[in-house]
Design a protein around this ligand. Sequence first.
Ligand code: TXA
Ligand code: MG
Length: 347
Amino acid sequence: MVQPARSFIEAAARALMRGELVAFPTETVYGLGADAANPAAVARIYKAKGRPSQHPVIVHVACAQDMAAWCGDIPAQAWQLAQAFWPGPLTLILKRHPDVDPGVSGGQLTIGVRCPSHPVAQELLEVFAHLKTQTGESRAGVAAPSANRFGRVSPTSAPHVQQEFADLVAHGMPVLEGGDSEVGIESTIVDLSSVDQGGDVALLRPGAISAEQISAVLKVPVVGHQASSPRVSGALKAHYAPSTPLALCGSDALASRVSAWLSSHEGRLAVIARDRMSSVPPRVVEVLMPGDAGAFGHELYATLRKLDELGVAGALIEQVPDEAAWAGVRDRLTRAAAAFEGDRAAD
Ligand code: TXA
Ligand code: MG
């Protein structure tokens, strides 16, 4: 993996200290970071992404102990999950510490925290925490949503970020290089904010760490998204969408859907599937995906971005298995396709 020089990471940490934005790699997707303790810097993230201000961002910390600076009344379950899965692709929703500015959590009483495992993210967070300590500040955290414009596909490589934010990069925003994100889809989000009042442990966003894994550590059931659950922008029905219209299709119906599309549309159609088609009709571009859920997730967003570059008129994606290991990928595919529901170009 290409890794930025230490001096570049230090320069990025100093940019964060000045309230500037920095894009950095994580094992899930690339993040657009700002000093979480600086409301003006956090506001810059919202402006850059075009994200509504009531949508909260995740605070990234260097180690589990640092969660205490951002969260109040931390339940034992949070420490258990941190011990089992951090650093790693898991975000915990907890009560916001009373001294933390509400802006970082979209005005909510809760806050999302995560300790990422990517070595570049770790190094950036450690250097940043060190600089904060030197200035006598007790709270070190980097607020970072995925480094994409609101509603679009998350970036899983530095060039993706450079495409999304060419204007900011041209104005000097550092983009730390960290290779292709290993996991490729965003962290699992688990809400623990009401467990101390007898509330459920709720899965707000599926990801590489499954509900079953969480449940096995906590020894309680993990419930799905509740009406009372905190807002999650990734939980909007339509999200993660490329510009190319796309539709999901069961494996059995794929061949007939391809024929129907070709007879009613001009241009080319991309077919994204886990097996080769028995014969590839003219005007069809076959895009082969891995049969393993982890490998599929790793490639998913780069594939969706490539769709836009292929110049196809539409895309059909073969539905993935309805199994726990595929929950994260299935969720992202469903939301990407939902952006085009009722759109004949993808149908
Ligand atoms: O893998 C990830 O989590 C990546 C990397 C960069 O760490 N970040 C990411 O951030 O996916 P973003 O902003 O694209 O998605 C964060 C999700 C949003 O859906 C947001 O609503 C939810 O986390 N979230 C953050 N704080 C929350 C809170 N206090 N309550 C409920 N949801 C929260
Ligand atoms: Mg996002």
